[in-house]
Design a protein around this ligand. Structure first.
Ligand code: SF4
Ligand code: SF4
Ligand code: SF4
Ligand code: FES
Length: 378
């Protein structure tokens, strides 16, 4: 009996579905192939070629993210030629801009000492904001890349700091195009694209304006998918996020009823960054501007921490017991004077499903009226 739709990767046979790429089959079977430009769920662009693999009989190495698996195909995920190609690509990327995490300047045995020094001195001005949390840096370590022999390109464009939530550092952009794919195919906003050519190539917003003057809605999808430090949340920049001092906390966004799953980055008991949880429904990594960037209120010193009751025209601090008693007595007073149907409750799409549920329960069971409605019908 002949076997159909079987591919061999690193001497092991795997079944695949027609249309699956080599990368998809490899990932499904826990075989590591590095990627930079590949963005799950979008059209492969084959822009970076870090994912190349050796396919028996092929003239050149092939980009696994864009190459469909075929029956009888024999693949090596890491041959000497593949490793050499990946090293070259990483070297060129590191030399293409300001990748000052120092991996390009040191011999492998000096890396550890340098990084221990950086951790100790924590010099923010020299340290890339995604240091320790960068896919290019990870790959440079993995493949032990040294680029000190290569000239490093000067940055052609200044850092864009005028946007409310996002810093664009063109000097660290590797032109992988993930941000463009995310904006175009996931968010369907089309706010950014490739602009100019050759050495002047740049990701542009509109007619090369600041993000704030373009169609950008600051959803931050592009920031989350950027594999390097070219797109960074402003807060991360200002709060000096340090991966080794922070922890991740999974939670549910409380801005509306969709229930997006998010990972908070918490440092010194303060939220310093929020990312959408890529492995969870319903949002699969996406968030809106509120969920991603609207978290400063959590640690705001202006936040009320105790109920206030107005007496003689001035607010005075009260206990929760006093506050509940006052509110309940006012409802009872209105109800006995004018009847339960003289009251009504309006809720909002901008609260959680649980809040809406409890509001209708309170209205019907406690106030004893069916006058409950929602802003979506106003
Ligand atoms: S973007 Fe990545 S590779 Fe470049 S300097 Fe920052 S940490 Fe290093
Ligand atoms: S923040 Fe959202 S809308 Fe703006 S460029 Fe990025 S993906 Fe596009
Ligand atoms: S900004 Fe980031 S995601 Fe966009 S092309 Fe540059 S490196 Fe890639
Ligand atoms: S990840 Fe495949 S070409 Fe970039």
């Amino acid at each position: 009996m002949t076997k159909e739709n079987i591919i061999t990767i690193d001497n092991k046979e795997f079944a695949f579905e027609p249309g699956e790429t080599i990368l998809e089959v490899a990932r499904r079977n826990d075989i590591f192939i590095p990627t930079l430009c590949h963005l799950k769920g979008t059209t492969p662009t084959g822009a970076c070629r870090i994912c190349v693999v050796d396919v028996k009989g092929a003239r050149d190495l092939v980009p696994s993210c864009a190459y469909p698996a075929s029956n009888g195909m024999i693949v090596k995920s890491e041959s000497p030629a593949v490793i050499k190609a990946r090293k070259n690509i990483i070297q060129l990327m590191l030399a293409s801009g300001n990748h000052n995490c120092a991996i390009r300047q040191f011999e492998p045995d000096e890396w550890t000492q340098f990084h221990l020094k950086v951790l100790k001195e924590d010099n923010y001005n020299e340290l890339c904001p995604v240091w320790g949390d960068c896919q290019l840096q990870d790959l440079a370590y993995r493949y032990q890349v040294i680029t000190k022999a290569l000239p490093v390109s000067d940055s052609k464009y200044p850092m864009e700091t005028v946007n409310p939530f996002i810093i664009r550092d063109f000097s660290r952009c590797i032109l992988c195009g993930r941000c463009v794919q995310a904006c175009r195919e996931i968010q369907v906003n089309n706010a950014i694209d490739f602009g100019y050519r050759g050495a002047k190539a740049k990701i542009v917003a509109g007619a090369d304006v600041a993000l704030k003057d373009s169609d950008c809605v600051f959803c931050g999808e592009c920031v989350q998918v950027c594999p390097v430090g070219a797109l960074v949340p402003k807060e991360t920049f200002e709060n000096k996020k340090r991966f080794e001092k922070s922890k991740k906390v999974r939670t549910t966004c409380s801005y509306c009823g969709v229930g997006c799953q998010m990972d908070l980055t918490v440092q010194d008991n303060k939220i310093v960054e929020i990312n959408g949880a890529e492995d969870a429904e319903p949002n699969h990594g996406s968030l809106c501007v509120k969920g991603r960037y609207g978290y400063n209120f959590v640690a705001s010193p202006e936040r009320l921490t105790t109920p206030l009751i107005k007496k003689d025209g001035k607010f005075q601090e009260a206990t929760w017991g006093q506050a509940f008693e006052l509110v309940a007595s006012k409802f009872m007073e209105i109800k006995s004077k004018y009847g339960a149907d003289s009251m009504g409750v309006l809720t909002s799409a901008r609260v959680t499903n649980e809040d809406n549920y409890i509001a209708q329960k309170f209205t019907r069971s406690v106030l004893k009226t069916n006058n409950i409605d929602h802003c979506a019908r106003l």
